[in-house]
Write a protein that binds this ligand. Structure first.
Ligand SMILES: *Cc1c(COP(=O)(O)O)cnc(C)c1O
Length: 388
């Protein structure tokens, strides 16, 4: 089995980012590893070793997968439908965030059946009308929580909120959302609950400080070198995507390239074919804008992106099959960055890193002399796809 494209995950960069946030938050770091750690794969042990004290994920399935992988640290799952497997979550010692009385009852029932208490974080919508209980329902939600605490099926250990505009520290919404959050915390205590931990800030709110001052920080993007506020120069990107030249050719001026022949060579030139495309997560919207690094030089991707291939105009260089091309990386060698790819396709870095597909091998690298490891991980189904 050989992979034509490789996504290299620089575990040292992630460790360094995690250590930065652990220090910046006084050790109050929850590492957010949803969506396969933003596409970075198995890095839970690295971030825990670097100072994270707990892990946050979206679904119970994600939490259980971490437990199966041997993670013992506290894990919080914050988004589940009412028929989710709360019993499995409680059985695996996974904390649950809830945003409605219905969900809270479902969690309580599951815990009662197991003869134990569920550890619950009540989730308030501080202002983006997405997840979390609307402020108008908060008091009633606290009332239900108090009842279930009395019955012995839940224990409210935390209160969480999530900010909408923290990447713009001057936005007036930030003050409003902090106020909604502190009011909700106060109401929680008035209702007889005593959560030991409150958490409002994610990466942007931590970097800019607009969500600081509470017990825990939920950091996702920042661990992977992404700062939505664009204000920190302390974070290192961790991903590099390389691929392998399949073939090359010389074409005459006037040659149309790719579907629709939208790109026409303006001179005699050489083209290289790369076995990676939008089916592997590279955004088609970057067609006619994207560049890659070839033999130390930036070269343009030409024509529309295909599902499985890209064509690169390599100028005077006729590439040999098997040569390595860098699609993106941290930028140290002049290669395009994930941020540039996001710019070329009108999206954010998060979307680029979470979409790299299963035909691409994930390789974890660390330069630590004692722990040199390069392990490819792939599901069996992915191997099938790669052979196809
Ligand atoms: C994704 C997510 C986070 C992490 O946000 P980043 O900006 O990636 O740090 C924190 N909290 C919630 C509720 C999230 O959905």
């Amino acid at each position: 089995m050989s992979w034509t494209s490789e996504l290299t995950v620089d575990d040292d960069a992630i460790r360094s980012n995690a250590a930065y946030f652990a220090a910046a938050t006084g050790g109050r770091l929850m590492a957010v590893l949803k969506a396969d750690a933003f596409g970075h794969g198995a890095i839970a042990n690295s971030v825990l070793a670097a100072g994270a004290t707990s892990i946050g994920v979206t679904s119970i399935d994600e939490a259980l997968a971490l437990r199966t992988a041997g993670v013992r640290a506290p894990i919080l799952s914050w988004l589940n439908p009412v028929d989710a497997d709360f019993a499995a979550a409680v059985g695996a010692d996974v904390d649950l965030a809830v945003q409605s009385a219905r969900l809270l009852h479902a969690v309580g029932r599951a815990a009662a059946q197991r003869g134990t208490r569920a550890r619950v974080h009540l989730h308030i919508d501080v202002g983006m009308a997405r997840d979390g209980a609307p402020a108008a329902e908060w008091s009633a939600l606290c009332g239900v929580a108090r009842e279930l605490e009395a019955l012995g099926s839940v224990r409210v250990v935390g209160v969480m909120g999530h900010m909408s505009c923290a990447d713009r520290p001057d936005h007036p919404q930030n003050r409003r959302e902090r106020l909604v959050f502190t009011n909700a915390l106060r109401a929680t205590r008035r209702r007889g609950l005593s959560p030991s931990i409150a958490h409002l800030a994610a990466t942007a709110a931590t970097v800019t400080g607009v969500g600081s001052g509470f017990g825990l920080h939920r950091i996702g993007a920042g661990l992977f070198g992404i700062d939505p506020s664009g204000t920190s120069d302390r974070l290192r990107p961790a991903l590099s995507l390389t691929t392998t030249v399949v073939g090359s050719r010389e074409v005459a001026a006037g040659t149309g390239i790719g579907y629709g022949l939208e790109h026409v060579a303006d001179r005699r030139t050489k083209l290289a074919l790369l076995p990676v495309g939008y089916g592997d997560g590279l955004p088609r919207a970057a067609s006619e804008r994207a560049e890659v690094l070839v033999r130390g030089r930036r070269r343009p991707v030409v024509g529309r992106f295909s599902m499985d291939m890209l064509v690169v105009d390599t100028g005077d260089d006729l590439l040999a099959p098997g040569e390595t091309v860098t699609v993106f990386g941290p930028g140290d060698q002049g290669e395009p960055t994930v941020a540039e790819w996001a710019g070329w396709s009108g999206t954010i870095e998060h979307e680029i890193v979470t979409r790299i597909g299963s035909r691409v091998a994930r390789i974890h690298r660390t330069t630590a002399a004692t722990a040199t490891a390069a392990t490819a991980t792939a599901a069996p189904a992915n191997e099938e796809a790669a052979r196809a």
